[in-house]
Design a protein around this ligand. Structure first.
Ligand SMILES: [Zn+2]
Length: 353
């Protein structure tokens, strides 16, 4: 209700939010959240106790949580149970005492350029391949979906009940989708954990993922890569590990800028995979060039003024004239331009993302 009224009053960013609808038992994911009653993980690390449901065996070990509860560094606040891909999961909301941690290289800066050709290109030169889990599973999914369409499904108009074979085919489709989601999640978590444990400063782009998903040709690949999720995970994991994440401004031309001399190209089509600078003759992989520019932002942010770092809530509106490559480049902040602080007079606030 609040989202709806705020959206109507123009106090909420993002798309218009409609009036809430009632939830249908037929359409929504079966889930329940327990906040009171007996909620605990058993000391045998194989069972959980939930109100009304009692003692349930878990498939995976609860060791990590059970240990923390036993030594008193975690307190369970609530438990959510939901079904996903034909399996039941329980998630505990926990109040936790996190140990002070420090990244392996606190002074190190890494720029991360996410993309489709490579899932991520680091400014260190490391290129992580895009696993393309969805493309990998596409053939199998197509077959399963076809199988399901041949079975007798439900029809509310004629009162037709779904056949057992349709139900079974539907389970197979759901499993296939869940598997893709699991593989994707696993890969992203491993990547972001590695980054947060190693580097003190991580620079990522503030990509307009929602807008990019409106591109019909790229949407599937962008959603499969998980651009937005990388950004989200890097943020909280950097905080957990004692590092920081810097968000590059949405209009900062990371791909069009030369990481060698700072010249900015007016145009650089997506098909051009190699960056060739007309000023200094630098020849570099397109994504690596962008990653290096992102890393350079961190260096500028810690020495000079605000620089091309996105401020809080600063990315709602397109600038008049749109995303033209007239923006400042690392090291050459022009005085007099709006939004730019000259390097000498600027004050850097460490708390500002
Ligand atoms: Zn150059």
């Amino acid at each position: 209700m609040k989202n709806w009224s705020d959206s109507r009053a123009g106090e909420r960013a993002g798309r218009r939010v409609g009036f809430p609808r009632f939830k249908s038992r037929r359409r929504s994911t079966p889930s329940v959240r327990f906040t009171t009653g007996a909620i605990r993980v058993e000391p045998d690390r194989k069972h959980v106790v939930l109100p009304r449901l009692g003692r349930l065996k878990t498939h995976e070990s609860t060791r990590k949580l059970a240990r923390r509860v036993e030594v008193g560094t975690a307190r369970i606040l609530s438990a959510s149970v939901r079904r996903d891909g034909g399996r039941w999961h329980v998630a505990f909301c926990v109040e936790i005492d996190r140990a002070e941690r420090c990244p392996a290289r606190p002074q190190a800066v890494v720029g991360v350029d996410v993309g489709i050709t490579h899932l991520a290109v680091l400014s260190t030169g490391e290129m992580l391949p895009n696993p393309r889990h969805l493309d990998e599973a596409a053939q199998r999914m197509r077959r399963l979906a076809r199988q399901m369409s041949r079975r007798v499904g439900p029809d509310r108009r004629t009162g037709q009940r779904p056949s057992k074979r349709w139900e079974r085919a539907r389970r197979h489709v759901a499993r296939a989708h869940a598997r893709v989601a699991n593989l994707r999640r696993d890969g992203l978590h491993k990547l972001t954990t590695r980054l947060a444990r190693k580097y003190g400063t991580i620079v990522v782009e503030d990509l307009n993922v929602a807008g990019m998903l409106r591109n019909r040709r790229l949407a599937r690949h962008i959603a499969d890569a998980g651009f937005g999720e990388i950004r989200r995970q890097v943020k909280y994991k950097a905080e957990w590990n004692g590092g920081r994440r810097i968000l590059a401004d949405r209009w900062y031309p990371s791909s069009k800028t030369c990481s060698g001399c700072g010249a900015v190209k007016a145009k650089l089509p997506l098909r051009v995979r190699t960056y060739t600078c007309t000023c200094c003759g630098l020849v570099l992989d397109r994504d690596l060039n962008a990653a290096r520019n992102l890393a350079a932002i961190a260096r500028e942010a810690s020495t000079a003024g605000s620089g091309p770092v996105a401020g809080r809530g600063a990315d709602r509106k397109t600038r008049p004239g749109g995303p033209v490559a007239v923006k400042r480049q690392p090291g050459t902040a022009q005085a007099g331009k709006t939004g730019t602080v000259p390097p000498q007079g600027g004050t850097y606030q460490p708390g500002a993302r």
